[in-house]
Every structure is written in structure tokens, then in C-alpha cells.
Design a protein around this ligand. Sequence first.
Ligand code: NAG
Ligand code: NAG
Ligand code: NAG
Length: 403
Amino acid sequence: MFRITSLFIISLLYLSFAYQDDYSGYKVYQIVPNNEDELKTIQILIKHPQMDVWTSSKLIGHPTVFMVPPTIDYRLRSSLRVNNLPYDTLIEDVQSTVVNEKHEQAAARRIASKQNGLLTFKQYERFDTITWFLRNLTNLYPDIVQLINIGKSYEGRDLEVLKISSGGNEDKPAIFIDGGMHAREWISPATVLYIISQLVENYSENSALTDNIDWYIIPVINPDGYEYTHTMSRFWRKTRSVNLNTYCRGTDPNRNFDFHWNEVGASSDPCDEIFAGSDAFSERETDALSNFVLGVKQNIKLYLTFHSYETVARRANAVANKRYTVGSSTNVLYSAAGGSDDWFKGVAGVNLSYTIELPGGGLSGFDLPPSRIDEVVQETFEMVKVFAGYIQEKFLYNRFLLH
Ligand SMILES: *[C@@H]1O[C@H](CO)[C@@H](O)[C@H](O)[C@H]1NC(C)=O
Ligand SMILES: *[C@@H]1O[C@H](CO)[C@@H](O)[C@H](O)[C@H]1NC(C)=O
Ligand SMILES: *[C@@H]1O[C@H](CO)[C@@H](O)[C@H](O)[C@H]1NC(C)=O
């Protein structure tokens, strides 16, 4: 009898764990440092293990945004006051943004279900739909697309790279694009999917981008984490692999690449959001990606990896003046060893390697509301066109000269 009771209690506990994370009382603050001292204080503040940093910058005048659980909120605000640091409360109650997003997603899904198969870019898609979309493309456009399986995620999901090629010349310059490395950055897969959609479904209009360039594109490199943010924990960032001797799961894939692995800006603590992993390429996802890239590296001339969250203030500025903050990520954002961009350049020899930070949701949550996906993805595609134009100019022209 005792046994049965304790089993019953254990299964009750399990059930309660199976519910989604609740972010009631969580707040999101924004601080914009006006001088070096404030910048330093912020850098120390955000090291607190319970702070969830959504974006941070090493530049004066650029915002740092972080989420705080109710348990440390009071202490945090006293500390900000003591340090004379002015701050804005960006989000009063994070849970309400999560609920709003769910409602918007559900409404968009009802409309989308009436259309046949095509992605609408009015909602953040689930991994299964993304996989179907890619597989459908191979059936509909067999002459230009090919889906290459590069391995499986920790939980067994297929990792598939879409190759887009107009054929002909075997050694055309290639562009490699990935998204969804950090699970919660939903705008990243959305953007990468839009690039695919324009290159393939709008092939005739955009053929200038595919005539002389091959594309390798993977929209969600961390599908386990991505699905987990849709079903359990909206702000999950890492992979979902089990770590030894701890309940804390996952590794930051963007600290797990084998180039100056775990030197700076990464953590050896599996409970940290920037955990570098038990070893370089300990994660199946980064391991599969790197093995594939090493096989085609001689063609890859440009690497683009899409992340978020870029802050609204900077974004608004960027949209108004068409000005982006450009610089090496170490100077502009933060030092982070083991990142994919450095590995592509340092190991795979892809000299043009860029991390693109897409806009975050500002007052709306981590991501922009689904209704605003299309404006972001369209604008970003314009940027991708400029990159592609440069690759054509530089590499085709050079080859022509050599002949
Ligand atoms: C894929 O194709 C099938 C069969 O035509 C269709 O039912 C489905 O909606 C499509 N899905 C996507 C995401 O394109
Ligand atoms: C196809 O591409 C052209 C040129 O880039 C663009 O003007 C048009 O809006 C695109 N069509 C769709 C359906 O996205
Ligand atoms: C990358 O740059 C280095 C140094 O400028 C050069 O030697 C190398 O050939 C370049 N690699 C490619 C693939 O263009």
C-alpha cells in the first residue's frame, strides 16, 4: 500500500513537471549605460546566475535587456537604486506575453490551415511543419533542390540541409546559412525559411541569386531545443542533451564549436545558459554541422548565422536610417569562444563569416508578435541579396581574371 501511495505521489509530481513553465511575476528590464562605470556595473550585475540575459552590449548607449524571476526582483531593484543606474521596465509580467503569443499563434494557425501547405510567415512554425515544407520542396522542385541528411539531433530528429543549385558548374561559390541555433530565437528559423521560400518558390524572380551561387541552408540546427520552447519552456536556449551528475540539461551550441573552445565568454557549469559542453563538439547537432561543412568547405565563400535578440531601440534606428551596427562580435556584443562564426572562419577557412542579430520583441516578449514576422523576414532578405551580389562579384570576377 505504501508503495502504491508513493508511486502515486511520484506520478503526480511528474504530471506537475509536465506542465509548461509559468513566468508569472517575471519581469524584463532594460538598462542603457551612459558611461564606462555604468557599463562595468551592468556587466557584473548580469553575471548573477538567475538573470536571463536577452541581449547585452559592450558599447555605451546600447541597451542590455534581461529577465528576472520574482525571487530576486526586489533585491535587484534595490541594487540598481544603490548603484544609481536608471532602468526601464520593458515587460511587467512575462507570462502575459507568453499567453498573448500563444493566442496569436493559434489565430494565425486557424487561417493557415485553410491554405494548402504553403508557409504564411504569419506564425512561428513547428519543427514538423518545417521538415514537411523542406521535403515538399524536393518533390516540387527536384531540379534545383536536394535535401541532405547530415545526422540526427540528441532526441533523434533529422538534421537536414537544403541544397539549392541551378546545376552545371561543380565549383560555384556557395553560401552557407543556418538558423535556430538558440532554441528561443524563433525569428531566426522564420527568416531562414523565408530565404528558402524566395530562392525556391520564387525561383524565376530571384534566379540572379541562384544562377552562379549554390546555397546550403538549414533553418533549425537545434530542433530539440526549438520544440521544447514551443511545448514546455518558452525561454529555453540550449540543446536538450543530458549532462553528467546534474539535473541541468543542454549545452549552448554557439559555445560548443572547436575553435578556442571554452576560453572566454563561455561556462563550464552545465546549469549556465552559456555552458560550452563537456567537450568541443560534444553535441550531435554541432558535430553533424561541422562534419558536413568540412566536406564542402572549398566552395563556401560566405557564412551567415541568424540569431536574435537585437533591441528595439537599435532596430528602430536601423530601420529609419538603414544603418546597422557593424563590427566584430567581440567588440560590439561580447567575447564568446566556441561560436560557429569563428569556427567557420578559423577552421573551415570561410573568410566572410557573419552573425546576424535579428530584432527582438521589445514590449511583446522575446520575439516580435507573429503578425510582424513578414516585415522582418522581407527586410532581411534584402540584406541577403546584397551579400549574394558581393559573392558573385568577388568570386566570379576573380575566377574570370584567372582564366
Ligand atoms: C506538404 O505537402 C502535402 C501534400 O501535398 C500537404 O498536405 C502539406 O500541407 C504540405 N506541407 C507543407 C508544410 O508544405
Ligand atoms: C518574388 O520576387 C520578386 C523580386 O525579388 C518580388 O518583387 C516579389 O514580391 C516576390 N514574390 C513573392 C510572392 O514573394
Ligand atoms: C582567406 O583569407 C586568407 C588571408 O587573406 C587567404 O590566404 C585565403 O586564401 C582566403 N581564403 C579563401 C577561401 O578565400
